[in-house]
Design a protein around this ligand. Structure first.
Ligand SMILES: Nc1ncnc2c1ncn2[C@@H]1O[C@H](COP(=O)(O)OP(=O)(O)OP(=O)(O)O)[C@@H](O)[C@H]1O
Ligand SMILES: [Mg+2]
Length: 200
């Protein structure tokens, strides 16, 4: 069993706490805050499916299985870090940052386009896409990469989209439009970021 120390906490959502893996600082361990395993099960199932499909992991942290911890069973994933080694911040934090430069904003726009292409190419389904569930890996002032770190998979009763790529792409396109609307409703978007939601 591994011990998850308070000071290694990376982030906390509504359902889970995320810690740096004590034996490998390139990995993180996610444990449930409340003993609610439905989300974990769905995610686990979907990740297994993606592994079998041998997708590219360009914009998705790899899943490394489950591990016993002192805070209950944990799920192990790649921990996304910036070029300087800091744990990457969420897109949500970048979108509301007041000190974002125009160059950085353009890099985020480019990374967002790349993420959309990736999800469509690989037919990776997400539930509601939210800026707090995407992290921006800052590689340099003018380049970076987005990773979806939460809410992938499908909650449909009969998840046909998981198996039919055409259906999956339609679902992804719909989720993406919702995502753009979420971003458009943010009050303090910079002009560069505004192009995220006004393009095409
Ligand atoms: N692989 C990762 N790399 C870097 N940071 C991460 C990673 N996974 C999670 N985080 C950080 O931890 C936070 C919480 O993780 P996560 O979104 O998985 O929890 P959650 O409880 O399922 O969230 P929600 O409230 O959306 O249900 C994220 O917002 C992010 O800041
Ligand atoms: Mg989350």
């Amino acid at each position: 069993m591994i011990i998850l120390e308070n000071q290694t906490l990376v982030g906390r959502g509504l359902h889970r706490e995320v810690y740096v893996h004590p034996e490998n600082d390139r990995l993180c361990v996610k444990v449930a805050i409340v003993s609610e395993h439905k989300e974990f099960d769905r995610e686990y199932h979907y990740y297994r499916l993606l592994q079998k499909r041998r997708i590219h992991w360009d914009n998705l942290p790899r899943f490394h299985g489950m591990v016993a911890t002192d805070r209950g069973t944990g799920a192990v994933f790649d921990l996304i870090r910036d070029a300087d080694g800091q744990v990457s911040k969420t897109l949500g934090e970048y979108l509301v940052a007041s000190d974002l430069t125009a160059t950085q904003a353009r890099a985020i726009v480019a990374a967002t386009d790349a993420l959309k292409r990736y999800l469509l190419d690989q037919a990776i389904i997400t539930m509601t896409l939210k800026p707090k569930n995407i992290v921006y890996q800052h590689l340099s002032e003018d380049s970076g990469k987005l990773f979806v770190i939460d809410n992938i998979g499908n909650s449909d009763f009969i998840p046909l989209c998981n198996y039919v790529a055409g259906l999956a792409r339609r679902k992804i396109a719909r989720k993406w439009r919702q995502f753009e609307n979420t971003i458009a409703s943010l009050p303090s978007l910079s002009p560069e970021l505004r192009t995220l939601v006004t393009a095409d």
